[in-house]
Write a new protein. Sequence first.
Length: 211
Amino acid sequence: TLSSGKITGDNLTITGAAGTRGVYAMTNSQIDLTNDLIIAMATPDQVAIATQHDAGYAASRINAAGQMLINGSVLSRGGLINLDMRSGSVWTGSSLSDNVNGGRLDVAMDNSVWNVTSDSNLDTLTLTHSTVDLASRAASANAFTTLNVANLSGSSNFVMRADVVGEGDGVNNAGDLLNVSGSSAGNHVLTINNQGSEATTGNEVLTVVQT
C-alpha cells in the first residue's frame, strides 16, 4: 500500500512467486494484520514484509500480531515494523533495520522459532521460551551468521555453529555471533555446535556473544 493508504487484514495467506514481495508499505501508509498470518515466499531471501521511505513523507507502519508462518525476510527501510509472533510461529529468513527517518524493527516471540538465514539486525528482540537458530544457514561449513540486536530481553535458546579450532589452536577460527549493542536482560541459553574437524585443546578463544 502507498500514498497514506491503510489496509487491515485478518487470517491471511500470501504466496509469493520469485521476484515478488509479500506485505509492502510506503509513503505514510499503514498495514495492520491480526490472527493467523502465512507468508510463503519462494525463498527465504525474498521480501516477506517491508517498508520503504520516500523523502518528505512520514514513516510507513506495519503491525502484525498472531501466529505467523513466514518464509522470507523482513526489512524496515525508514519505516516502523512491529511483529508480535504468538505461540507456534516460525519465521525463516533475515531481518534489516536501517533506522532511517526514525524507522525501527521490533520483534516479540512467544514459544516460537526464528531460523536466521543470513546476517541480520533489528532494534528490539523480546523472547519468551523461543529459539533463534543462527545455525540454520548451513550453505557451507564457513557460512557463519551475525545477528545484531540493539535491545535483547526475555528467555530463549540461541543455536549457533562454530569452528573453534580453526587452523589449529584457535588460529583463524570463526563462528556465529550474537552482537547486542544496547541493553540485554533475561535468561538465555547458548547451544553451540562445533563444526571443526580438529580436537580442541582448551586454549582456543572465540567470541560468540558480544555486549
